[in-house]
Design a protein around this ligand. Structure first.
Ligand SMILES: Nc1ncnc2c1ncn2[C@@H]1O[C@H](COP(=O)(O)OP(=O)(O)OP(=O)(O)O)[C@@H](O)[C@H]1O
Ligand SMILES: [Mg+2]
Length: 331
């Protein structure tokens, strides 16, 4: 008898979930990214128990018809790419067809969705059950995730206290809101509105909504364009510098990613403007031709590679000091 067996689907999904769904904030990120890919203009996120018992993401995007809704929980099922050519020019946040099957392998998931035509759909799915029924026709999608990691005790135990998990949830929500000023976000934690944005497309207004008027008043706009990439965002004056790097927010084509070289360049660019061991408060959006970016490097897409990183680094080393000197901000 052969020893090698193909894993059954639910076991395979649970293994994949280990990479995609590390903690409650991973669920928040995946669901909100799906809503953005579905062209939502208004997204409401509610969480309870730091996301352990309840995470709900409601959007007014394009929704799914019943056939697509049933497929959405299958592994490698995606509407976002279909050829290798697409894989090398990804314009959406998702592309793997992994998130929903992974989440439903480690939690109870309810999906209510409608394209506004035909019939609406409600699907309840967990590792043990799968039920489909008709639902009302409100255009858009609401996904509710309950009892995260109920069947993976090791993962549940690995979670940090509520304070830390809530900090992770907030960080994900802040970064996604900053990357999408044209989407109106409402973030509600235990029935309390943590922040709301208007979706008017004004990045400085989002900074104000998230970080308050003092921080927003101490930010300076930066803009740069060349044929390979563009830079747009706000850089903080010395008064709002931080003691850690958490407010160095870099977004690449709308995706929050970790770019160590670019972060280093930002710190170096600030060296004449900040005391040592202070870190700048910056929010920078980089737009680069998707063909030059490889997002398929890390399972949670935290890391990307792109070929113009060195040019971008040099540009930041010019742009930031030039902008800050104009403001006469040296300490
Ligand atoms: N909020 C939503 N509105 C409309 N369609 C959605 C929504 N969420 C998911 N879908 C559909 O379900 C499919 C599967 O979603 P899933 O997140 O699992 O995969 P993906 O977004 O394609 O890729 P990735 O695993 O990289 O996130 C999507 O491709 C999309 O067609
Ligand atoms: Mg997705």
């Amino acid at each position: 008898m052969s020893k090698i067996k193909v894993l059954d689907i639910s076991l395979a999904n649970q293994i994949a979930a280990g990479e995609v769904v590390e903690r409650p904030s991973s669920v928040v990120k995946e669901l909100v990214e799906n809503a953005i890919d579905a062209q939502a203009k208004k997204i409401t996120v509610r969480i309870k128990d730091a996301g352990r018992s309840f995470i709900a993401v409601e959007d007014d995007g394009i929704g799914m018809n019943q056939e697509d809704a049933k497929l959405a929980f299958e592994r490698h099922a995606t509407s976002k790419i279909s050829t290798t050519f697409d894989l090398f020019r990804i314009k959406t946040l998702g592309f793997r067809g992994e998130a929903l099957p992974s989440i439903s392998a480690v939690a109870d998931v309810e999906l209510i969705t409608s394209t506004g035509e035909g019939v609406g759909t409600k699907i309840n799915v967990s590792s043990e059950s799968y039920e489909v029924e008709d639902a009302p026709l409100r255009k858009g999608t609401t996904i509710t995730v309950r009892n995260l990691f109920y069947n993976t005790p090791a993962r549940l135990k690995h979670l940090k206290n509520d304070y830390i998990e809530n900090a992770n949830n907030l960080e994900v929500m802040q970064r996604i809101s900053l990357a999408n000023p044209s989407v109106a976000f409402t973030y509600i934690n235990e029935d309390r509105v943590v922040f709301e944005t208007t979706g008017r497309g004004d990045l400085l207004e989002v900074i104000y909504n998230l970080f308050g008027s003092f921080n927003a008043s101490k930010m300076v706009e930066v803009k740069f364009d060349n044929p390979d990439f563009s830079i747009y965002g706000f850089i903080g004056k010395a008064e709002i510098a931080k003691s850690n790097r958490y407010q160095m927010i870099t977004l690449l084509n709308g995706r929050h990613v970790f770019m160590p070289k670019v972060n280093r360049a930002i710190i170096d660019a600030y060296k004449d403007f900040l005391p040592t061991n202070r870190y700048p408060f910056v929010i920078l959006n980089f737009k680069i031709d998707p063909a030059l970016v490889d997002v398929n490097v890390h399972p949670s897409k935290k890391e990307v590679r792109f070929s113009k990183e060195e040019d971008l680094r040099k540009q930041l080393l010019n742009l930031i000091p030039a902008t800050l000197s104009k403001e006469d901000l040296s300490f």
